[in-house]
Design a protein around this ligand. Structure first.
Ligand code: PGA
Length: 237
């Protein structure tokens, strides 16, 4: 049985109070999570909730890790408004890098994403590197050795923007197409790397997606906001 990675991307949702309510629900339902030793569950809330969630998870021995949804391109210093990797590493183990919403809405470029990736790796955090089309990966590989050199410490995500629910209707890519594209990532990197599929994963389609040879789990947006639906997805494997 392959290890399953579930990364919840809460986007710009939930206050810290709501985040703690979500954790309390998971605490109540904890006994229902199957094959815990084969699962890595990473919750990515807003920066503002990381410290309290980290405290709650440790206090209650919950089988969850934390990630941030973004990171500064820079080290600590005179960068007003930025949250850097050293700061995030106090509370989190993972960082989502290169999400297509940040590319589209915040105009992040391949160069920004490489700079963020390097910051994350330099502070011993695990990047969750989103790839929305293969040209992006080609560019990272051509511009830097960071991806190849750290391939075993990166969680790759194949996430076509057209499949992202955006909080509306689900419209995932077919499991077969998702698998073909996920396989392409390993091929380009030159070894089998941990690869998730993202975009409209929900309790009804998770099993079929996670069964695919090159898909090791999911980056889940909308369906991870509800604790029951989140648990359903983790148990669907
Ligand atoms: P979705 O979002 O699951 O709501 O489609 C996934 C994502 O954008 O990471």
């Amino acid at each position: 049985m392959k290890k399953l990675f579930i990364v919840a991307n809460w986007k710009s949702n939930k206050t810290t109070q709501e985040a703690v309510e979500w954790l309390k629900e998971i605490l109540n339902l904890k006994s229902q999570i199957s094959n815990l030793d084969q699962k890595e569950m990473i919750i990515c809330p807003a920066f503002t909730s990381l410290a309290v969630m980290n405290w709650f998870i440790k206090e209650n021995n919950l089988p969850l890790k934390l990630g941030s949804q973004n990171i500064s391109n820079f080290e600590e210093g005179a960068y007003t408004g930025e949250v850097n990797a050293k700061q995030v590493s106090e509370y989190a183990t993972h960082v989502i890098v290169g999400h297509s919403e940040r590319r589209r809405l915040l105009h992040e470029t391949d160069e920004d994403i490489l700079a963020k990736l390097k910051q994350v790796l330099a502070h011993n955090l695990t990047p969750v590197l989103c790839i929305s089309d293969m040209a992006q990966l080609d560019h990272y590989l051509a511009e830097s050795s960071a991806v190849k050199d750290n391939a075993d410490n990166i969680i790759f995500v194949y996430e076509p923007p057209s499949a992202i629910s955006g909080g509306g209707a689900y419209h995932p890519e077919s499991p077969e197409d998702a698998n073909t594209n996920a396989a392409e990532i390993s091929k380009k990197v030159g070894k089998r790397v941990v690869t998730l599929y993202g975009g409209s994963v929900n309790p009804d389609n998770a099993k079929q997606l996670f069964e695919q040879e090159y898909i090791d789990g999911g980056l889940i947006g909308q369906a991870a906001l509800d604790p029951n639906s989140f648990l359903h997805i983790t148990n669907n494997s």
